[in-house]
Ligand binder design. Structure first.
Ligand code: NAD
Ligand code: ZN
Length: 351
């Protein structure tokens, strides 16, 4: 088969790779129909994720059709169309039993972490992929949901929803701010709408993304390079700050911004993956009774989000900015990596 293979920092190739085979009775093989590229893949290509080694097939998002199942797989069958989750879960370890799939302790990759595709084992940017723990990690694509809609469930929708909105405990009437209007921030904005906030404020350096955020349910937008951006945000509240402030960038500057606009007794939900430590002003967090949360997505809300997609209660069509043939994935990477120029959000690859 053909696959997108990582060859160390800065190097990747769409090349011939061995077809995946069933290694364990709980595996399935999926023929990839649709996949996409994540900001995390760009981090890997910069060399920021050393656990990813030369020869690894990248990608942790995908939708496809099962072509083979292991002997222990009884609930899924050849021909089933499935969503591949960025988090794999054995369903049996103590973390999986608590719904904390992000810390599945199963021996795949021997890491105690649920994110293994395109990280510790071969991923989804390929013609075929081996899926461990198929029954507890795959989701059937419901009738009426397209593959390109369904692939938003692999990572960005549960990430924005769980780590931004659920951890942030968004409630009816809340004013929510989301710093960073990339795919993950926009997923937080979209799913905030499920909880009845009175305002959702999108904040980004990129004026185009701030404008686009309104299509995803943001009521207001603030351009972060405006010298008075903070005053603009506070003016959209009663002056005391937002109830829930979500960080969806992953750099110290945006962490500081996210904290600076939250009201006393508010929630700060960090979604961004930070490459270095940030300043944590415990002296203020304490006296302001702030709740600060963060984490790796569990995908324990994926089944619920799929239901909403099927019922047309969630519209994800706006996330798709570009479509490519799977064989043109090198061009897709180029477009995605220049998002500010190309206005890329999610680039869809179709087999
Ligand atoms: P992205 O790079 O596409 O979007 C980031 C946005 O932040 C861009 O629109 C950019 O213009 C904006 N930005 C950059 N600097 C800014 C600043 N100083 N002020 C305001 N806005 C600024 O990224 P994404 O794919 O949307 O992902 C967002 C973050 O979520 C990343 O750190 C990613 O690694 C992380 N992530 C976390 C999890 C998790 O489980 N917690 C899962 C997936 C992704
Ligand atoms: Zn587990």
């Amino acid at each position: 088969m053909k696959a997108l293979v990582y060859h160390g920092p800065g190097a990747k190739a769409w090349e011939e790779a061995p077809d995946p085979v069933i290694l364990k009775p709980t595996d399935a093989i999926v023929k990839v129909e649709t996949t996409t590229i994540c900001g995390t893949d760009l981090h890997i290509l910069k060399g920021d994720v050393p656990a990813v080694t030369d020869g690894r097939i990248l990608g942790h998002e995908g939708v496809g059709t099962i072509t083979e199942v292991g002997s222990a797989v009884t609930d899924l069958a050849v021909g089933d169309r499935v969503i591949i989750s960025c988090i794999s879960s054995c369903g049996k370890c103590s973390y999986c039993k608590k719904g904390v799939y992000s810390h599945c302790q199963a021996d795949e990759g021997a890491s105690g972490i649920g994110w293994i595709f395109g990280h510790l084992i071969n991923g989804t940017q390929a013609e075929f992929v081996r899926v461990p723990f198929a029954e507890t990690s795959l989701y059937r694509v419901p009738d009426g949901v397209s593959a390109e809609e369904a692939v938003m469930i692999s990572d960005i929708l549960p990430t924005g929803h769980e780590i931004g909105i659920q951890y942030g405990q968004v409630k009816p009437g809340d004013v929510v701010a989301v710093v960073g209007a990339g795919p993950v921030g926009l997923a937080a904005i979209t799913t905030a709408g499920l909880y009845g906030p009175s305002r959702v404020i999108a904040i980004d350096l990129d004026a185009n993304r701030v404008e686009q955020a309104k299509r995803f349910g943001a009521s207001d937008g603030v351009v972060a390079s405006d010298p008075d951006w903070k005053e603009q945000v506070l003016a959209l509240t009663d002056g005391l700050g937002v109830d829930v402030s979500v960080e969806a960038v992953g750099i110290p500057a945006t962490w500081d911004m996210t904290l600076s606009i939250v009201r006393p007794a508010g929630h700060v939900a960090n979604v961004g993956v930070h490459g270095k430590p940030v300043e944590f002003p415990l002296d203020r967090v304490w006296i302001d009774n702030l709740t600060v949360t963060t984490g790796l997505v569990n995908t324990d809300s994926s089944a619920m989000l799929i239901k909403l997609l099927a019922q047309r209660k969630l519209d994800v069509s706006g996330f798709i900015s570009h479509r490519f043939a799977l064989g043109d994935i090198m061009d897709a990477y180029d477009t995605f990596s220049r998002a500010a120029e190309t206005k890329a959000l999610k680039v869809i690859l179709q087999a």
